[in-house]
Design a protein around this ligand. Sequence first.
Ligand code: SF4
Length: 412
Amino acid sequence: MHNPVHLKLDLAIRGLRLSDELERQALLARPAAARDYASREIQLVLPEGIVASCQVDTEAAAASPYSLNLRNDTFLLSKDAADSGDQEEVRVSVLPAPQFYERSTTAGTPMWKVGTVHGSYISIDPATTCGFAVKGVACEFCTLARGGADRQDLVPVDEILEVVRAAFEEGVAEFVYLNTGYFDEDDGGFETLQPYVAAVKDEFDTLVALQVQPPRSNKWIDRTYAAGVDALCYNIEIFDAELLARYCEGRDRLVGRDRYYEALEYAAKVFPSGTVWSNLIVGIEPPESTAQGIEALTKIGVLPVLSLFRPLDETSLAHHPLPEPDEVAPLYEKLYRAVRDARINVHWMRDLGYAVTPIEARYFAGDDAKLDVALGSFYRSRIGSRAAKSLSKLRRRLRVRQVSESFDSSKL
Ligand code: SF4
């Protein structure tokens, strides 16, 4: 099979089937619905500690050549060979869904609706919807484009702290990622979000990353840094101006393409190297356009993160063609070289299941040097300790969780 990062890319494009036995066991069960991809994914740990998010409940995944199987109790990732009918196999581990997904907050909200774990961070949206959706200009690839959002409410700070505490106590997350949408304010939502940042920093010894749309003036970027935000993201998503206007009307009309680059450039001068990033979606525009996006971002000191276009079945882009792995692989080589040449720190960006990080992109550049220490020490990391190589280990873990839960509830 491919090297693990090629494999991660291929899995991200094609998705994964579960063997009948694993479907029957239902140990990899996921919540029935979620605002983001979390409900349709499982996370695998591939050789060399590469974390890969694999979609499992989509049309594309049903036709994937990849399947997750069990042999002698261990997890095997198999790939059907196109012509021969043979199978290639590699051992993998599975990251079980966090236990707190089964709990509710004191106010009765299922915790998975408040925060989901990806790699080593918990992703939380303090707003109930995105301001673009309220104005009817949500991005075409987003579930919110289906409409139905008439107002933007906020999740109470205490409820968010409760979920972060649950994730930290369970040991499934180390950082907090406030991942939110558009606020129709000059400050881009700073005043709204600042109490969340302050409460998390006050309560926990952790790093906070913030993803939001750019404010209208740069003074709010200074205020964001002063408020204790450790890393900041304004996602441009699409480099090509016409395609951005077509697929992201809110970004184009209410923020303006140029404002993303201005704000990112300013933020990269305020925040430490490697802590300001922007996502580009690979596969939604021609590769040469994404390549220009990589150049534009690295030139202003911003770290590009390349996530793969994975059209959701219920959006208007459901039948948009998927990218071909060979066609997009050169973008990752470009990413590695552009970030290295611009001397942007890459150590912040790791353990992203949904995207190939610049550290991982080294695999595409034919660089045989050992991977970063952060990857080498994977099996000493929290993710390494959570990963289950075998079904019995996964079961034992779930069993231990049930036993400790019943002790907790009986107050023994
Ligand atoms: S910015 Fe676009 S993708 Fe993000 S939540 Fe808003 S509508 Fe969805």
